[in-house]
Design a protein around this ligand. Structure first.
Ligand code: AMP
Ligand code: ZN
Length: 121
């Protein structure tokens, strides 16, 4: 299967991981819209939100809650936006939740390496 996120999960493509457990990983988005743009990706290949089991969604929500607190503290953000794309708006057909600190509040200021350093130190 030619899925970029499955390749990331198998370490065939590099990624900047900020979180991992038995069910999900969280990585820095390669083309961030804001500083701290993170994707939560389930390890199971599920094409979109419609294929997500409620238990997995609940787990993703818990991880999102934990990472939201971490991102907002470490980046001094005043707000955060969750985004799930679907249909033609979804470019990568492996479900992922976008976490967007200070979306609509602040311009992007840092490169991904710098944000990754802040989030993982
Ligand atoms: P979408 O499927 O429309 O929700 O968007 C896919 C997202 O995945 C975009 O924000 C891309 O920048 C991001 N993306 C694509 N390839 C990679 C990659 N190799 N590493 C990290 N993020 C990626
Ligand atoms: Zn996949």
């Amino acid at each position: 299967m030619d899925c970029i996120f499955c390749k990331i999960l198998k370490n065939e493509i590099p990624s900047k991981r900020i979180y991992e457990d038995e069910k999900v990983i969280a990585i820095m988005d390669i083309n961030p819209v804001v500083d701290g743009h993170v994707l939560i990706i389930p390890k199971e290949h599920v094409e979109d939100y419609q294929g997500l089991k409620p238990e997995l969604l609940q787990h993703i929500y818990k991880v999102a809650d934990k990472l939201t607190k971490e991102l907002m503290t470490k980046l001094n953000s005043k707000g955060l936006t969750f985004v799930v794309n679907y249909g033609d708006s979804q470019l990568v057909k492996h479900f992922h939740l976008h976490l967007l600190p200070d979306y609509q509040l602040k311009e992007k200021e840092m490169d991904v390496d710098k944000v990754f350093e802040i989030l993982t130190k």
